[in-house]
Design a protein around this ligand. Structure first.
Ligand code: HEC
Length: 404
């Protein structure tokens, strides 16, 4: 309990008093004794707060008082600065990962987002009321930075992995240089000419005429969870080209041929799954090849009933390559394409077929994938120069899906 005496002046003065009352004590009360005063006294903003520290009026609006809306500042939070600020100014009371200490847990959606959606923005709340020990010392950019960091789950996502939890490999092409996990072949560049997210995308240029390969290679053997079966997603945009610009491959994964598929294969054969653009119909197609050619080995294709390639607009292309079940599956903007194939299920004729039948038209996956290639690989002497923009590539053990 305890008594506190204050000398009053002619201006308002803030007075705090802490007392403890047993839970069962229903006679506990707070009284203001003005008996010693011979002038008028005004009391304002009286609050009683639970806990060991004084509360904050605006943070605890009185019943019936409309909540104060605390707006976002519009500043863009920087995650690294947010972590520095948070660790210095907040972690002591809320814990390094927000699980709570003397201050409440703030790592829950309830805190971060419900206030955001209703009366408070997280950022506005912090700017105004936090740190509890020194309100106002993390406003403006500090509040925006801390809010970004907390909303990112107390993580600074590694740019190489796009953001926490987005795939085994995630590439947004935002770095100053290409991530060194990729090897560039032919003509590629990071460009600001086009982008789906951020400020950059990868630009790939095919020179046309005879055979040329351009794009990025990835050593898949370094990603053991992806070598037997993986899913991928890339966003692509290809400018309109009139006439037959020739076929080209834009996704390809390969590895040593599975020798069990047929005794006609040798150690040096590679099995290759491809997603291609058919130049004459400007449609999508799937291919299965074994190389080296010349034997001749296999060159099989399946058109997806000539699904057109989206032109001059960003499209979402997903694939699944499964070496265990010899299955290729493709999706365009979330819809599964008929050119998804397994083994001999390709039929024949214009829609699907093989050049020669040396491997009995078996679409056999490799024993494991060790290479992924995205780009423009042109084949025909009549090919025209063309450009492809690629952004936000994800490769994972589960289906990636398209951005919202
Ligand atoms: C001295 C301890 C202390 C420090 C430092 C501190 N807080 Fe707090 N914080 C509290 C307490 C205690 C509360 C509970 C509300 C109250 O008492 O005002 C709180 C409440 C919050 C809430 C609302 C939680 C809820 O459940 O609604 C958020 C969000 C928050 N703090 C964020 C921060 C951030 C971000 C920082 C650093 C800029 C920070 N706090 C620094 C003690 C602290």
């Amino acid at each position: 309990m305890g008594t506190q005496t204050e000398a009053l002046t002619t201006t308002y003065k803030e007075v705090k008093h802490t007392f403890t009352a047993a839970t069962a004590d229903d006679s506990a009360r707070l009284t203001f004794n003005m008996g010693q005063s011979d002038v008028d006294v005004s009391l304002d903003n009286i609050g009683v707060f639970e806990g060991t520290e004084c509360g904050n009026f605006a943070a605890a609006p009185l019943a019936g008082t409309p909540p104060v809306a605390l707006a976002e500042s519009g500043l863009i939070g920087n995650l690294a600065d947010g972590k520095t600020q948070y660790d210095a100014k907040c972690a002591g009371c809320h814990g390094v990962a927000g699980a709570g200490a003397t201050g409440p847990a703030i790592n829950t959606n309830k805190v971060v987002f419900s206030k955001n959606n209703t009366q408070y923005s997280f950022e506005g709340y912090v700017a105004e009321f936090m740190p509890k020990s020194a309100p106002g010392t993390c406003s403006g950019q500090c509040a925006a930075d801390v809010a970004a960091y907390v909303k990112a789950g107390f993580n600074i996502p590694n740019k190489d992995t796009c953001s926490a939890g987005t795939g085994v490999i995630c590439e947004d092409f935002e770095g100053a240089a290409l991530n060194d996990r990729w090897t560039s072949v032919g003509t590629t560049e990071l460009t600001t000419e086009e982008k789906l997210s951020g400020t950059k995308a990868l630009k790939i240029s095919g020179a046309g005429s005879a055979y040329n390969a351009n794009g990025l290679n990835l050593d898949l053997s370094k990603f053991t969870s992806l070598t037997k079966n993986h899913y991928g997603r890339l966003m692509l945009k290809t400018p309109v080209i009139t006439g037959d610009a020739g076929d080209f491959t834009f996704i390809e994964a390969s590895g040593p041929a599975n020798l069990l598929a047929t005794t006609r294969l040798t150690d040096s054969n590679r099995a290759i799954y491809r997603a291609r653009v058919n130049g004459s119909a400007v449609s999508l197609m799937a291919n299965y090849d074994t190389s080296p050619y010349g034997a001749p080995l296999t060159d099989c294709w399946s058109h997806s009933n000539f699904v057109p390639v989206p032109k001059d607009t960003w499209a979402c292309f997903e694939w699944r390559f499964d070496a265990t079940t010899n299955t290729l599956t493709y999706w365009l903007n979330g819809t599964k394409l008929g050119m998804s194939v397994k083994d001999k299920a390709i039929g024949s004729g214009a829609v699907a077929g093989c050049a020669g039948h040396p491997l009995d038209d078996i679409w056999s996956g490799p024993s494991s994938f060790d290479k992924l290639h995205i780009g423009i690989d042109q084949y025909h002497a009549t090919s025209k120069p063309r450009t492809l923009y690629v952004d936000d590539v994800v490769v994972d053990t589960e289906r990636v899906n398209c951005p919202n």
